[in-house]
Ligand binder design. Sequence first.
Ligand SMILES: Cc1ncc(COP(=O)(O)O)c(C=O)c1O
Length: 376
Amino acid sequence: MGFGAAMRGAFALRPGFVQLNHGSFGGAPREVLRAQQALRDELEADPVGFMVGVPERLRRVLDQLGPQLGARGRDLVFVDNATTGVATVLRDLRLRPGDRLVTTSHVYGAVREILAVVAARTGAVVEEVEVPFSIEGPEQVVAAVAARLPGARLAVLDAITSATGLVLPIGELVAACRAHGVPVLVDAAHAPFHVPVDLERLGADWWTGNLHKWAFAPKGTAVLYARRDRQDLTPLVPSHLQRLGFPHSFDWSGTKDFTPWLSVPAALRFVGALGVERVQAHNQALCVEMAELLSRGWGVTLPSPASMRGAMVTLPLPGVVPAEAAVGLQRRLHARGYGVVCTPFVGRTWLRLSAQIYNEISEVEALARVVEQELG
Ligand SMILES: Cc1ncc(COP(=O)(O)O)c(C=O)c1O
């Protein structure tokens, strides 16, 4: 099946709305939503029969998903989102006053808050390593982070940064952490099915990634991976299965809607039928095209090399738009039917675009004109 406009009907997007922001909250295809509704119907037809079978079913789903992420199913647990994955690990660590928690200046806002809460409770100290933006290459990230690793208690590193849309050299970063004996938690909120993931090979202590962004699963679906020697982990909400230990202790945290997690096989079928590599190659190529079109049209320099981008690009707006303008501009563009991210970072407003199989370059041409009008 062809991509672009031909794909729009597979998604529930409002007609006329130009969605160039798959990155923020993903978008589940209609067929995945139908599969989820069928699961909800099954649940309501026999609530007890359904719920008692949930933990075993979740294990089967994770056994199916695991190989696609280079992991065994039993090294993975479901969590509602990457924020929960990060909080689970950070709140479980026994930290001491003065422990250094190293992250980068591109860390996601909610993760920065979790680090601050944990630091305030334990006396640990958060260190944000300055990673430049504009950036020329991945070696700048590795050099900046590696210099701060000696003696650190933990590193919290992004696979793909949020505001700046950078694919960080996570393999090299994890290797540097291991070389310094520093445990590492990878915030891979954007990574699953956006870029290739091979967890066993990566060797991070913990890794969490959303399936409700680029893996086409319903909202509230993410996984947390723990390396075999790092599975002494307690869920944020311990419950009936706590005594079974990892991973089973995570398979029930009280009554909730498990249908997003159980819909993962439908999402895997959707993307599998299209071809995971084909989807990634399409999105990356379209993203390069989008970036070049806007940088040429607006006469702005791209702040990252294509080798550090996947299906998202963050670039300057024409003229220097102050950071305070970000919220208002994003709202105005949304009101005019364009879903994009306008984000403040290092003192100015940037535009972040995502490329997905339902997008076309003509949408970005139209967006460029609307942005120019809005900025007057
Ligand atoms: C790097 C990063 N970490 C964490 C998150 C949080 O994801 P969620 O809201 O699904 O928990 C995001 C969301 O975009 C992100 O980009």
